[in-house]
Design a protein around this ligand. Structure first.
Ligand SMILES: Nc1ncnc2c1ncn2[C@@H]1O[C@H](COP(=O)(O)OP(=O)(O)OP(=O)(O)O)[C@@H](O)[C@H]1O
Ligand SMILES: [Mg+2]
Length: 304
């Protein structure tokens, strides 16, 4: 079934906690009618009086994650005092569950790990994440085969990032959920920095008109956080090579199997007053090109 864009109106009385300490954007937790979990409202940022597309990017990537079979925190578009944003449904199902961010997980594995690093971190690599996730189960979700380990599923998050040009997978943008002695990878979250949301329409139009320029733009899609600042495609391929063969095969097959009309239906669901025509065309081209780039990168490494 195609998703529909159905914004939540946030009212004053729904404020629950104004104090999400993590992350950088303006946000607060709210209680919505008919749901027992809290939702995190995040405002889409503005530049020069124009709302950038973090809201549509986060919503679209959530639905693309579903198409790829990547567990992802549920999001809905939201309006607060007429300002655009999204709400993300708490991934924690009860008070006995606790979110442990990637930087704490990496520090727990290696006490020399710099948890405060804000940019490139020499110890932040797929290999260190794999080692730190040893013994961590995959998310409790029907979306992924039960045989996949926490690390196996984490590699799917990097495939999602490479496909959607998601550049924000720093060590506080993934986590595990601890419940008593059990540790499971949390669903993927915080997907607003993707799909070229920060570009303006003029630039998108230039890139759409010139395949070479678009390729160059895509090649510049690097992670600022992982050691060596690899491209998002290199990073995903590197991560897949360290996953179990079942897992790498699983993600590659899932990526191949995504139907173009399903992607189109997700993008078509966003209203035109929220997402411009150039942004839509750009998102579609970017997704087609990145899918090819990931599949090609994987094939080259496999056959080399
Ligand atoms: N669905 C969710 N369930 C539980 N906790 C969440 C959820 N979404 C976000 N959080 C918590 O809130 C923090 C901030 O959220 P998020 O990462 O989405 O915001 P951000 O400000 O965009 O972050 P960044 O600085 O990475 O761009 C997360 O690090 C996480 O601890
Ligand atoms: Mg974040």
């Amino acid at each position: 079934m195609s998703p529909s864009w159905n914004p939540v109106q946030i009212k004053r009385e729904e404020f629950e906690r104004a104090d999400e300490p993590m992350g950088t954007k303006e946000k607060f937790w709210v209680k919505l009618p008919d749901d027992d979990r809290l939702w995190l409202f995040k405002l889409a940022r503005e530049r020069d009086g124009v709302v950038r597309g973090e809201d549509w990017a986060e919503w679209i990537v959530h639905h693309l994650a579903i198409l790829l079979g990547v567990p992802s925190a549920a999001v809905r578009p939201a309006l607060w005092k007429g300002r655009r944003g999204i709400v993300s449904r708490s991934m924690l199902r009860s008070r006995s569950e606790e979110l442990v961010h990637g930087n704490s997980v990496l520090f727990g594995h290696d006490s020399g790990y710099d948890q405060q690093a804000k940019r490139e971190n020499p110890n932040y690599t797929p290999a260190t994440v794999r080692d730190a996730l040893r013994g961590v189960l995959g998310p409790d979700s029907d979306a992924v085969p039960a045989a996949l380990s926490g690390y196996d599923v984490w590699t799917g998050y990097l495939v999602l990032d490479a496909w959607t040009a998601g550049r924000d997978r720093h060590h506080e943008n993934w986590a595990l959920i601890r419940t008593g002695g059990e540790r499971r990878l949390a669903p993927s979250f915080d997907h607003g920095n993707a799909l070229g949301f920060a570009e303006n329409d003029e630039r998108r139009t230039v890139l759409l008109a010139d395949g070479g320029k678009l390729e160059h733009w895509l090649d510049k899609g690097k992670s600022h956080y992982f050691a060596g600042r690899p491209s998002l495609v290199e990073l995903a391929v590197q991560a897949l090579m360290l996953a179990s063969p079942v897992a790498s095969e699983h993600w590659i097959e899932r990526l191949k199997a995504v139907a173009e009309q399903d992607v189109q239906a997700v993008i078509d669901a966003v209203p035109s007053e929220v997402m411009s025509e150039a942004s839509r065309r750009f998102a579609i081209r970017l997704l087609e090109a990145n899918r090819r780039r990931v599949l090609h990168g994987y094939q080259v490494v496999q056959s080399g």
